[in-house]
Structures are given as structure tokens and as C-alpha cells.
Ligand binder design. Structure first.
Ligand SMILES: Cc1cc2nc3c(=O)[nH]c(=O)nc-3n(C[C@H](O)[C@H](O)[C@H](O)COP(=O)(O)OP(=O)(O)OC[C@H]3O[C@@H](n4cnc5c(N)ncnc54)[C@H](O)[C@@H]3O)c2cc1C
Length: 421
């Protein structure tokens, strides 16, 4: 039987491990954490991510909530881009709803099959775990530190104590991937100059907001942003027990070393005086709700995402292969695209025969696509995270007058992706 070792049980590794197991690979999943779990925040899954999950045979069912229309406002509440902005040429004539701005400006559904959703990260994790099936061997508390990629040898990774050999090794070990550092040492994670905080406030302690407050949307200040979206409605959380209000805040600078309670105090100070629901949501947030993460990017992208070795080889997947700034919130969606592509290319691949060729095709199928999305996200980030007074004024004028179509186009180019057969 064909064998694969998947390193890392984040969303990318779980999606890939399940897909390979369903294609009759014997899969061993290695995770350095002591158990498999989500990070407690939420994720926006855009049409390309939904399409990739469908191609993987995974359905989010009632844990995924449709995104509702939002818009972009200034901290004082003045609209920069209203949610009911006129659709661009080619916008759907089939009554599709505009999407919220969270994660990259206004956008429009391209058809009923291309719904965008918001899902609690822990629910998504559970759904991906359910997709692993029974046959996968899962090893937690295993940190990969060594990589064996000599051409005459079988691909292997190790911990110092144990070696794990396989026909295929999938590096899904995140942005600091030990495997990428060995195979593509020229690529390094660089700071985008800001840090993000995320939280889901469960419905039972979510604030009751005035009806005039948009249910989702984005507020843009100087170097600071605040996005919010609802996971279902109060008391109508579908199959999830984890519904609530999701928010993301960004601020210039590096990650804060202080205790979570102090970070929350800082957030409340930075966003004091911002229009509702910002203050209300920060007030209802508890320190342990917070997930802090640096805005980062992997540059340059590895020249290859696959490395044929002997009869098989290595592939990089998800953040191990490509970290885009979080402006377009596409990282997990791209990881699902990677997994769906891998599944399609490896379905019938045989070690020593067609597998090395299939690995080459993986790089061809993924690298250009990912580079395009990363570039768009970087450029959009420069606009959205603008700081100087004059730059911010120019940005806001631009947003009010011209940008909806351009923003929409930027987001739509990321959303358009067709899974391989
Ligand atoms: C603020 C913010 C908001 C975002 N919002 C969205 C969004 O709305 N939608 C979206 O699509 N994307 C979003 N993203 C991006 C998304 O979170 C990531 O791209 C995605 O989680 C990457 O998944 P992954 O499985 O590749 O990596 P990870 O989630 O980092 O998983 C890597 C796993 O590998 C394990 N590991 C690491 N090293 C080793 C080792 N040496 N040995 C064994 N195990 C190891 C880790 O413990 C971890 O479990 C956002 C990112 C940020 C920063």
C-alpha cells in the first residue's frame, strides 16, 4: 500500500491526511501538540475554500453560517463603502447577496454554489477530524526536527529518537515549517508590520446591539482595523454549540508580550471612541477569548512546493508552503485548495512510476495561483493598514469614490478557483 506521513494537524494537514486516506493511502499524521485542537477563533471560508472542501468530499453542514452583507466605515461611523454598493459589471443577476467586507473589501457571490461562510475554528477542526476516518495513525507529542531527502534514500522525517519513512511526506507544519527550512531555505517569514487579535464572544455573553448596527462589516482607521461577523444568530446556532460574534482587530507593531488581560486593556484603549459595535464587543470579550497572531508573509515563496526524492518525495502544503498577509483571509482556503489538488493528482499515482511526476505537477498547479493571491493580499494590506494622516485621507477618498469595483475585483480574483477533476 502507498504510504504517506503528514506532518502537522492544522486545517491543512487534517484536510490532506483525510483526502489521502480516502484515496487508499496509508497515512500517519504527526503533530507536535499534545492533542489535536482548533485555535478558538473563527475563519471566513470564501467560495474557493468552499469549492475545495466540496472537492475533498467534506461538507460543513450546519456549523457554517452564511456571511451577511457588511460595508466599510470610518471609526467615526461615516460610510466609506456601503454594503448596498452597486454591483460591478458581471455581478450576478440571480439575486445573490453582497458579501461582508471582512477580510478584503466588498464582494459579491458569483452564484448560489459559491456561497461564502463563517465557521468557528473549533467546529471546522472537528469536521476535519471526522473526515480522517478510522484508518489513519495519529501520533501527538511528536515534533519533527530532522529531514532525510537524499536522492538515493526513501523520504523520511525524524524526531531525533524516531524516524518516519514513507513514499510521500506532506509538510503541513505551518509557517515556521522545519521541513520547508530544510528544503527551501531561501524562503523566510517576514513581518507585515502589524499584529491581529481575534475572538469569538459566545452568544450567552454577546452584547445586544442596536438594530442600526450592521450585523457584519469593517471599520478602518489609521493603522487599525476592526472586522466583525456573526456566527449564526442568538439562539439559532445550527449544529454548532459555539456560535457567537466573531471579531478581528489589527494594530501596527509586533506581537505584544504582555498578559492577555493587558492586551485586552490595550485593545480597548486603541479602539476607544470607535463606533458601535467595536466598544461593545471589546467590553464583552474576556482575556482568554483572545488569539493574538503577527501579520506575516513568506518571502520569497519557495520556488517549488514539491521535491521528488527516490521513488516518491515531499510536498509543502498550507502555511508551510505559502503564508500570505491575512488581509484577504485566504490562508486556510488556499490550504484546502492545496489538499484538493494533491488528492486529484495523487489518486492513482504509484511510487517509482507516476508519483514523482505527479509531485512536479503539484508545483505547477499551485505556485502561480498562490503567488497571485499573496501579491493581491500584500497590496491590499498596504491600503487597508495605511497609517499616515495624509495617506489615510487619500485612502478614504479613494475608497469612497473608486474603490468598490477594484476591491471587489481583488477579492473576486482570489475567490475564483476551479478544483481539478
Ligand atoms: C488574523 C488572521 C486571520 C485569518 N483569517 C483567516 C480566514 O478567515 N480564512 C482563511 O482561510 N484563513 C485565515 N487565516 C489564515 C489561516 O489561519 C492559516 O493560513 C491556516 O490556519 C494555516 O493552516 P495550516 O494547517 O497550514 O497551518 P497551522 O494551522 O499553523 O498548522 C500547523 C500544525 O503543525 C504543527 N507543527 C508545527 N511544526 C511541527 C513539527 N515540527 N512537527 C510536528 N508538528 C508540527 C502545529 O502544532 C500545527 O498544529 C488567518 C490568519 C490570521 C493571522
Amino acid at each position: 500500500m502507498r504510504t504517506a506521513v503528514v506532518v502537522g494537524a492544522g486545517v491543512g494537514g487534517l484536510a490532506a491526511a483525510g483526502a489521502l486516506a480516502r484515496s487508499n493511502w496509508h497515512v500517519t499524521l504527526l503533530e507536535r501538540g499534545d492533542r489535536l485542537r482548533g485555535n478558538g477563533a473563527a475563519l471566513l471560508i470564501w467560495p474557493n475554500g468552499v469549492a475545495a472542501l466540496q472537492a475533498l468530499g467534506l461538507s460543513l453542514g450546519d456549523i457554517a453560517f452564511p456571511m451577511v452583507a457588511g460595508g466599510i466605515r470610518r471609526p467615526d461611523g461615516r460610510w466609506l463603502v456601503q454594503a448596498d454598493v452597486a454591483p460591478l459589471d458581471g455581478a450576478p443577476a440571480d439575486g445573490a447577496q453582497p458579501l461582508p467586507t471582512a477580510g478584503g473589501g466588498p464582494s459579491y457571490q458569483a452564484g448560489p454554489h459559491q456561497q461564502s461562510v463563517v465557521v468557528h475554528a473549533d467546529d471546522l477542526h472537528d469536521a476535519l477530524m471526522a473526515g480522517l476516518g478510522e484508518k489513519i495513525e495519529i501520533r501527538t507529542g511528536v515534533e519533527v526536527t530532522t529531514v532525510r531527502a537524499g536522492t538515493a534514500e526513501r523520504p523520511a522525517v525524524g524526531t531525533g529518537k524516531h524516524t518516519f519513512e514513507a513514499d510521500l511526506i506532506v509538510a503541513a507544519d505551518g509557517s515556521r515549517s522545519a521541513i520547508r527550512r530544510r528544503l527551501a531555505p531561501q524562503s523566510a517569514v517576514t513581518s507585515a508590520g502589524y499584529t491581529s487579535w481575534r475572538a469569538v464572544i459566545p452568544w450567552y455573553r454577546a452584547p445586544k446591539l442596536a438594530e442600526t448596527v450592521p450585523a457584519a462589516g469593517e471599520l478602518l482607521g489609521a493603522g487599525h482595523r476592526f472586522l466583525h461577523a456573526a456566527l449564526g444568530g442568538r439562539g439559532t446556532s445550527g449544529g454548532s454549540t459555539r456560535g457567537g460574534i466573531y471579531w478581528v482587530a489589527t494594530a501596527p507593531g509586533a506581537v505584544r508580550p504582555e498578559a492577555l488581560a493587558t492586551q485586552l486593556t490595550l485593545l480597548r484603549r486603541w479602539f476607544a471612541d470607535w463606533q458601535a459595535p467595536v466598544g461593545e464587543l471589546l467590553e464583552a470579550t474576556e482575556p482568554e477569548d483572545l488569539v493574538q497572531q503577527a501579520g506575516e508573509e513568506l518571502r520569497p515563496l519557495p520556488r517549488r512546493f514539491s521535491f521528488p526524492v527516490g521513488a516518491g518525495g515531499f510536498v509543502l502544503l498550507g502555511d508551510a508552503a505559502h503564508v500570505a498577509t491575512p488581509t484577504l483571509t485566504q490562508g486556510a482556503c488556499l490550504a484546502f485548495e492545496d489538499a484538493a489538488t494533491l488528492r486529484s493528482l495523487l489518486r492513482d499515482a504509484r511510487p517509482g512510476e507516476t508519483l514523482p511526476l505527479a509531485l512536479d505537477e503539484y508545483t505547477l498547479a499551485r505556485r502561480e495561483r498562490v503567488a497571485r493571491v499573496a501579491k493581491t493580499s500584500r497590496r491590499l494590506g498596504l491600503v487597508m493598514q495605511a497609517r499616515g494622516r495624509l495617506t489615510v485621507r487619500a485612502r478614504d477618498t479613494w475608497l469612497e469614490r473608486v474603490s468598490p469595483r477594484l476591491l471587489d475585483r481583488a477579492a473576486a480574483s482570489a475567490h475564483q478557483w476551479t478544483p481539478p477533476p
